[in-house]
Design a protein around this ligand. Structure first.
Ligand code: TYD
Ligand code: MG
Length: 454
């Protein structure tokens, strides 16, 4: 144990400390420090003596990109989030809560790739071959380009990859992988880092695309995927309500594409289905002639998504009114209520207010401000907003309706879904133009918007 030392790592963000701490100075999480032993000698993998290799710089102009053909996964929603398909030699982290559908999605990707004559190696440290087979049976038929391996030792995995030379590798999950040189348990920060390091060498050295599954952990001694976010090229998070069947795949980081794109899926009994038109899906089951409900529009990447915003305002029984916001920013809701109180003169000070984005989506774009305000007013005054009306616009502190981006696209989406009227900021007039077949109501003050629905 001469060249071993003990350090403490935050399992949440990987912050390293010489002593145990109750709260992590890096990510402010509590009770996340865990003791780990690391070998004192640097470069634990030990196979890279960079000083011995002679390197020459390359002229940027001379690099050709023809080999960087993206590989399509045949899943449009995933390709979009990846920025147009899989880049050869890229390292993609797929994070999410346990049971959200990471393994299912990647198995479907493998199937589609194998169908396209791409050799795929799926390495599982979590399930047995039999269990994977059972899951695969639900998804469909696999051809012989798809190979499976149940292994957690990275040296063995490296050897198999070098021998079999697959085009795409899936590691399910990084928290089960270990390297013998690192003495701490699988799932610890040092193991997860070292394992990712080795996978990075494999990906970059051999031009293999590697998908890494990482579980998001609420507590316990397992390092979260945030620890390796900075090491990979692309970070995708799979999120969704436990009780809803749809799932949202979101890019948090992408070296090869935009990070605001989302992909929407629905979990069916034959795996994940793409949801090509999320607005239609989100608006399913909307109540008719109910007060406190309005449809608003939020941009997710390049896609407008319509959602129903619900509010319930009622007399408070206690001195301090209760307020909650589900699916949107709580502080923003409080701020908008203050604007309604002060600038429009609606008394909300003694009312409880509950605001909900129906369908379990999380939306924080300011463009839904107007929707939140109108839902609150509609519930408070018990007036029904006609169900063929869609609203969007940011509400400022003096009650002004401010411009939002891509107004034209939002209007088109509303039209496509059969809405008859769109209420939008006056300042967007020039950018929207004069679309046919839809009635546009321009507002510049929250007061005007409210008098329109009253
Ligand atoms: P899974 O992919 O195992 O989640 P993760 O790898 O993120 O932990 O997803 C498991 C859940 O999905 C499980 O609750 C069962 C459900 N499921 C379906 O509903 N339909 C299916 O076809 C499959 C394969 C799984
Ligand atoms: Mg899994």
């Amino acid at each position: 144990l001469k060249n071993k030392k003990t350090v403490y790592f935050c399992q949440e963000c990987g912050y390293e400390s010489a002593k145990w701490m109750g709260q992590c100075p890096g990510c402010k999480a509590w009770n996340t420090f865990v003791e780990e032993t690391v070998s004192a000698k640097k470069n634990p993998s030990g196979n890279l003596k960079s000083s011995e290799k002679r390197q020459d710089p390359v002229i940027l102009k001379d690099i050709s990109l023809s080999e960087d053909e993206r590989q399509t996964t045949q899943i449009g929603e995933l390709d979009r989030v990846l920025g147009g398909g899989i880049v050869p030699g890229s390292l993609v982290l797929v994070g999410g809560d346990p049971g959200i559908g990471k393994s299912t999605l990647l198995l479907q990707v493998c199937r589609n790739l194998a169908e396209n004559q791409v050799t795929v190696l799926y390495i599982s440290g979590e399930e047995s071959l039999r269990q994977i087979k059972l899951r695969a049976n639900r998804i469909g038929d696999f051809n012989d380009k798809m190979q499976l391996l149940c292994e957690t030792n990275l040296e063995v995995i490296r050897e198999v990859i070098e021998r079999k030379k697959p085009d795409v590798v899936v590691i399910d999950s990084i928290q089960t992988m270990f390297h013998e040189d690192v003495s701490s348990a699988p799932g610890s920060v040092s193991q997860v880092r070292e394992s990712t390091n080795i996978l990075m060498q494999i990906a970059k050295g051999m031009g293999i695309s590697v998908f890494i599954v990482g579980h998001v952990t609420k507590e316990g001694n397992v390092a979260g995927p945030r620890v390796l976010e900075h090491m990979v090229d692309t970070v995708l998070y799979f999120e969704g309500d436990r009780h809803a069947s749809y799932r949202v795949l979101r890019a948090v980081k992408n070296r090869f594409g935009s990070t605001n794109e989302i992909g929407v899926f629905e979990m069916c009994n034959t795996g994940l289905e793409e949801v090509k038109n999320p607005s239609e899906y989100m608006l399913n089951g909307r109540p008719e002639d109910a007060s406190g409900s309005v449809v608003a529009c939020s941009m997710e990447g390049t896609r407008p998504i319509l959602v129903e915003i619900q509010a319930l305002v009622c007399q408070s029984n206690f001195g301090i009114p209760r307020r909650t916001a589900v699916g949107t920013d709580f502080n923003r809701v409080n701020l908008l209520m203050a604007v309604l109180e002060k600038k429009v003169g609606i008394h909300l000070g003694t009312s409880d207010a509950y605001v909900n984005i129906a369908g379990g989506m999380k939306m924080t774009e300011p463009a839904i401000d107007l929707g939140i305000c109108l839902a609150i007013v509609s519930s408070c005054k018990d007036v029904v907003i006609p169900d063929k009306v869609m609203v969007f616009g940011e509400v400022g502190l003096s009650g002004e309706i401010r411009a939002v981006s891509m107004a034209g696209q939002r209007v088109q989406e509303a039209k496509k879904l059969g809405f008859e009227t769109v209420m939008l900021p006056e300042v967007c007039k020039s950018s929207v133009g004069k679309p046919e077949g839809i009635n546009l109501v321009y507002v510049s003050q929250i007061r005007d918007a409210i008098s329109y629905i009253m």
